[in-house]
Design a protein around this ligand. Structure first.
Ligand code: C5P
Length: 291
């Protein structure tokens, strides 16, 4: 079979709220998610034996099955067919462990490639459900666009697209495991909460300002102090350089800022690049099926 490939776009959380701990140990979330144009590239080809994964990144966990292998197995189990030998390769651009959904984006793109090759009639909802066996933000990464995510993150409602803009992404040089950050949330009463209904109203009205002034992520409040200050520092650089709003994405530590145009984003990108090599300019992606 000929190799097929697909871009795997990152996601940001325009707003992230945690409503409480659920009986199943996960947290009840309410988030506004957005796909952005910073992409990895995933290639699917016939393998020689079993499953192989090759990457130019340095993030593969030692031992155990990768998320990719688990997704492949779940996909063929759904189809009721044995897994053929497959070789997957990842070309990474999205920083790992950043809160930008890099790992999930790759798995989501892989699921779409598997569908294209083996089950073109499989509905996207089924792919989302298969994705959920691998991670809570997988269903959104499969669907893409702009969406409200509730439950563990898997209950999705499509929202009107974010108006055209530029989004700067900046990943500081530390990372915090997602589970550890959730553990810091336990028993905590947040001082501030995002105005998610207001943000959805702004999306409905097509108001970029209305969205940008409501960017907020409750995880910022539970970061260890030094990390919180660094995240705050990046937000301050973005805001001083003209960002309409800035926040941390997901469980961090990547920070994003929204700018109206590429020209308006350029000074902030230049300043951030002096300190952070992992600084990128991106735009919203609203329609995954066109990628
Ligand atoms: O679902 P996923 O494997 O991505 O989640 C990683 C970890 O984050 C979980 O083991 C859990 O500790 C935490 N989590 C949570 N509530 C969610 C999503 C994730 O507590 N809604």
């Amino acid at each position: 079979m000929e190799a097929i490939k697909r871009p795997a776009p990152a996601k940001i959380n325009l707003a992230l709220d945690i409503l409480g701990l659920r009986p199943d140990g996960y947290h009840e979330m309410r988030m506004v998610m957005q796909t952005v144009s910073l992409c990895d590239t995933v290639t699917l080809a016939e393998g020689e034996k079993g499953f192989s994964l090759d990457t130019d990144g340095d993030f593969l966990p030692a031992g155990g099955k990768t998320l990719e292998q688990r997704a492949v197995e779940a996909f063929f189990q759904e189809l009721g067919r044995p897994c053929p030998p497959l070789a997957v390769s990842l070309k990474k651009q999205i920083p790992a462990y950043a809160g930008l959904g890099g790992g999930s984006a790759d798995v989501a793109a892989l699921l779409r490639l598997l569908r294209e090759r083996y089950a073109p009639e499989l509905p996207t909802e089924d792919l989302e459900r298969i994705g959920l066996t691998v991670g809570s933000d997988m269903p959104f990464c499969v669907r893409g666009g702009t969406a409200l995510a509730e439950g563990r993150g898997e209950v999705l409602s499509d929202l009107p697209p974010l108006p055209p803009c530029w989004i700067l992404l900046c990943k500081p040089d530390f990372d915090i495991p997602t589970a550890e950050l959730f553990a810091r949330v336990r028993g905590r009463v947040f001082q501030n909460r995002p105005d998610i209904d207001g943000m959805m109203g702004a999306l409905e009205a097509g108001s970029l300002e209305g969205v940008a002034k409501r960017l907020y992520n409750v995880f910022e409040e539970v970061l260890p102090e030094e990390m919180r200050q660094e995240v705050q520092g990046i937000k301050t650089v973005m805001l001083r350089c003209g960002a309409m709003g800035a926040a941390m994405s997901g469980s961090g530590p990547a920070v994003f800022g929204i700018f109206r145009t590429g020209e308006e984003a350029a000074p902030a990108l230049e300043s951030l690049r002096k300190w952070y090599v992992r600084s990128f300019a991106a735009q919203p992606v609203s329609w995954l099926d066109n990628l």
